[in-house]
Design a binder for this molecule. Sequence first.
Ligand SMILES: C[S@@+](CC[C@H](N)C(=O)[O-])C[C@H]1O[C@@H](n2cnc3c(N)ncnc32)[C@H](O)[C@@H]1O
Length: 272
Amino acid sequence: MTAHTALKHNLNTELWNNFSPSNRMEMARGIVAFLEAHNRLGEDIVKMLNLGSGVGITSSCLEKAHPFFHITDIDQIPYRNEVMHKRYLQNDISSLPFRDGSYDAVFSSYTFSYLGNDEQVMREWLRVLRPGGSAYFVFHAPHSAYLKTAREMISANMGKDFLKLIKHYPGDDYRGLYRWFCEKNFAWGMAFKEEQKFLSYAHEIQVCEHLVQVVAGTMFQSDQEIADFFKAQGAEDISVNILGLDFVARSCENMTESQMIAWFVAFRKGLK
Ligand SMILES: C[S@@+](CC[C@H](N)C(=O)[O-])C[C@H]1O[C@@H](n2cnc3c(N)ncnc32)[C@H](O)[C@@H]1O
């Protein structure tokens, strides 16, 4: 695989490692506050699996927000970073190496769309959840402010420029990317004086492009679609909500699409 094919088609783990989404703590607090307000959390230790956990920030934040969560991360990429969660397993999340019902809860954020919202994959995720256990999911939403920002970002001049130039990058890895860009385009050199800043911007453009080009096609379109999807999977007590721009989880009424970042869904696995 040439360097530019790798750049275009894979999210760069090195860039992911250097990227720390600062909003994960707010998201965790928003979710936990909502679950507490709706009596969906108790005071027992909850053995939870975070599917497609990424670098592990989300799990650490969730454990801080609710000390009864005891989370194991699972992801295909062995991110090497000090923020990696202490319990981490490298594995494909469409086929899990766990026995039926081995977790009290499953969680996943911004990942299911990457697996095509595949029913088979969800059945596998719910297989490892014990009957009566809880599922908490954050799903991309095609019409959210998040995706709108992504679209705006890649259509901005800097984004277009980046995507045009990256096709010709001759390097084998990402060291030297910044210098090469500055040589090719004076504006980049002026705009980003530090390599770190440049790399995180480049990373965001890659993620945005991926979201807009690939992931957007498979996202859930409506709360009804989500409810129907999980009813068919035997879920009970389904609550489909919205994560607002302020990372507060709210019920779907009283919210406009422009105020939402993502869907937030909570339900219980049926006992049968
Ligand atoms: C957009 S990131 C979300 C990370 C994290 N959940 C968060 O909210 O920050 C999607 C993650 O899903 C993982 N992923 C996608 N498909 C996967 C698969 N088949 N097996 C394991 N992990 C997968 C990717 O490696 C990536 O870390």
